[in-house]
Ligand binder design. Structure first.
Ligand code: FAD
Length: 291
């Protein structure tokens, strides 16, 4: 089962390789935490990248009393709808995050970051520069001669089986499933993991695996410890009208985070208990309600 996930995508910006921190994996997050622990309250931190990960990082740092600038590189939180985006900006502002949505980072140094915005260069002080500029997958599938998509993800059929060999089954961020474009996320990865196991078991039993039938429910972005934007989505991950913000959304996000760990623990203790709504009619009904 090919499930090697994704990792931080570091753009080729001068100084980034030497000075960029990230939270994209355990080791990187430990290094980031160690650096944050050395900073005094009010120290300047620059978060690079205005996607959902960048927004969450900016909120957490601001909650710790750091002076955060978010250099977004384009539209902030592009995957949420306009209402969700306005709410996200409002909640970041409440925490004192300086959002430079369009600013593009052009150089990273030990204690400062250069950005380009409105045709001008600006230098921002930065005691820690944290990159959240997207994810890439490891080259393992391509290096192994397996069929991959343009980004290096293992291409599988709708049963999660590699086009090259039915003994290779894929799941999670590292795969591209035929006919089902799925955003890299634990929301997609958890059901895919369970389904990959089902595919293997079906083959062992001499049955045909069931095709992937899953979609998205929401994008929930924490903004510090006490606020969040819960953007409900259609099955294809496009934003629906319904948005919940503030403390209620923060509670939902916390429940999601705890739920994920709980699911993993329960699955380890009682294999096969994880379930998810995979019926298109069920999710279509839910979508109608959300509109
Ligand atoms: C900061 C952050 C916040 C996030 N927040 C959310 C969120 O709120 N909601 C959401 O839905 N998603 C979120 N995600 C995304 C989510 O974590 C991933 O989509 C999910 O973990 C993917 O699961 P996976 O099993 O495919 O891969 P991973 O969880 O990345 O696991 C892959 C594993 O494979 C191992 N591996 C890699 N290469 C090899 C190799 N060659 N040999 C052996 N092992 C290898 C890795 O060490 C790792 O243990 C977030 C990610 C980050 C970084």
């Amino acid at each position: 089962i090919y499930a090697i996930g994704s990792r931080n995508r570091l753009p080729e910006i001068p100084g980034a390789a030497d000075h960029a921190l990230s939270a994209s994996d355990w080791a990187a997050a430990q290094r980031l935490r160690a650096r944050l622990d050395t900073l005094d309250s009010g120290a300047p931190v620059v978060v690079v990248g205005g996607g959902l990960t960048g927004v969450e990082l900016a909120g957490e740092f601001a909650d710790r009393g750091l002076a955060v600038t978010l250099a977004g590189g384009g539209v902030l939180a592009p995957s949420v709808g306009e209402r969700g985006r306005r709410a996200t900006l409002r909640q970041l502002a409440r925490l004192g995050v300086d959002v430079l949505a369009e600013a593009r980072v052009t150089r990273v140094q030990a204690t400062q970051v250069t950005v380009e915005m409105d045709g001008h260069e600006r230098v921002l002080p930065s005691a820690a520069t944290v990159f959240a500029t997207g994810f890439v997958v490891p080259e393992l599938a391509a290096d192994s001669g397996l069929t991959t998509d343009g980004t290096g993800r293992l291409r599988t059929d709708e049963n999660l089986t590699s086009f090259d060999d039915e003994r290779i089954v894929g799941a999670g961020d590292a795969v591209a499933v035929a006919g089902t474009p799925l955003r890299m996320s634990c929301q997609a990865a958890q059901p895919l993991g369970a389904q990959a196991a089902e595919a293997v078991l079906a083959r062992i039993a001499g049955d045909s695996p069931k095709p992937v039938d899953q979609g998205f429910v929401a994008q929930c972005t924490s903004i510090g410890r006490h606020a969040a934007t819960l953007q409900f989505t259609r099955r294809d991950d496009s934003p629906a009208r319904a948005v919940v913000t503030g403390r209620l959304a923060a509670l939902a996000k916390e429940a999601v985070c705890r739920g994920i760990v709980w699911n993993i623990r329960r699955e380890a203790a009682r294999p096969g208990t994880f379930s998810w709504p995979r019926n298109r009619e069920v999710t279509a009904g839910r979508e109608a309600v959300l509109q």
